[in-house]
Write a protein that binds this ligand. Structure first.
Ligand code: PEP
Ligand code: MN
Length: 340
């Protein structure tokens, strides 16, 4: 439920509404706006009996939200959320298009440092690299795990790059958050509700990927778990879903980007690597996502993709990525100037 106050409502009126909501056993969340204040109500299981609020003169309108998510919706928070990454980088709102790049998996110190130095030189602020890899087959490389986290931590300290890695289990949230700047919840864990609750308890930013066959509503419901836990720093990442089509690894409907940006205030980024699974398709889809309204992209690169322990066929060579980086910069500039 959302309570919209009259523009003339005083802070005393707002306090009265909040007190009334609390006395109903619910939690008020004030959302100050430019013209008027709105107050969100959370904690209800079904439709709330709004009678005690209807009598308050300063209340202009009471909107019953029937969606399975509230805190992530534009109704609750009309302005874009800007998520701060580290001290200097931002994603969302009118921030520059964020580029995150790196190998699918952390494989060795040499591989990671080589990638980090290259990213630094190319002006990419965030390095990705999986330490815990959720693989389809238990016979595939499972990641370096704790040793991978230690390497990521070393690399960020040595280069000043921000680092993102996937967390696959609730018990690992603490240790992962100690070693990296941004946590990723992968497609396979999008509905691991214990994991979502746990990353909701920390303050570090979380990239929440869309599930393998999740609807937009389910994806936003998952983001709601994290916000409700108290962590507002969520970035949504579209990475395609499974359909009958097998010509690409996943099917990435770019219409989802403007759709979700309309539904939610959270930043939306795109992963053209997992969306396509094919190296030649990564650059065109990354560029297309900018025009569709994505606020960043996460792209897999590798010093030697042919030798990569995971996702080599979708990983760009450094030279290919360098060209894409330049195109992203100029297209982002064009879109801001002429299409925003
Ligand atoms: C990844 O980013 O390497 C990954 C496993 O992605 P997803 O969860 O989208 O499949
Ligand atoms: Mn991967």
């Amino acid at each position: 439920m959302l309570i919209v106050m009259h523009h003339w409502a005083t802070s005393k009126d707002v306090a009265q509404v909040k007190k009334t909501i609390s006395s109903m056993g619910l939690k008020p969340v004030a959302i100050p706006g430019a013209a008027r204040t709105a107050i969100g109500v959370i904690g209800n299981q079904g439709r709330v009996n709004d009678a005690p609020l209807r009598d308050i003169k300063a209340v202009m309108e009471i909107i019953h939200v029937t969606k399975p998510y509230k805190l992530v919706s534009r109704d609750f928070h009309p302005a874009d959320t800007v998520v701060q990454l580290g001290k200097k980088v931002k994603v969302g709102g009118t921030s520059p298009f964020l580029v995150i790049a790196g190998p699918c998996a952390v494989e060795s110190r040499k591989q990671l440092m080589k990638t980090a130095r290259f990213l630094k030189k190319t002006g990419v602020p965030v390095l990705r690299g999986g330490a815990y890899k959720p693989r389809t087959s238990p016979h595939s490389f499972q990641g370096m795990r704790e040793a991978g986290l230690v390497l990521l931590d070393e690399v960020r300290k040595e280069t000043g790059l921000l680092v993102v890695t996937e967390v696959v289990s609730p018990e690992h949230v603490g240790i992962v958050a100690e070693h990296v700047d941004i946590l990723q919840v992968g497609a396979r864990n999008m509905q691991n509700f214990d994991l979502l609750t746990e990353v909701g308890r920390i303050k570090k930013p979380v990239i929440l990927k869309r599930g393998l066959s999740a609807t937009v509503e389910e994806w936003l419901g998952s983001a709601e778990y994290i916000l409700l836990g108290g962590n507002p720093n969520v970035v949504l990442c579209e990475r395609g879903i499974r359909t009958f089509e097998t010509a690409t690894r996943n099917t990435a409907d770019l219409a989802i980007i403007p759709l979700v940006r309309g539904m939610s205030h959270l930043p939306v980024i795109f992963d053209p690597s997992h969306a396509t699974g094919k190296r030649p398709l990564v650059a065109p889809m990354a560029l297309a996502s900018i025009v569709a309204g994505a606020q960043g992209a996460m792209i897999e690169i590798h010093p030697e993709p042919e030798r990569a322990l995971s996702d080599g066929p979708q990983s760009l060579h450094f030279k290919e990525f360098e060209k894409l980086r330049a195109k992203i910069r100029s297209l982002d500039g064009f879109v801001r100037k002429h299409l925003a």
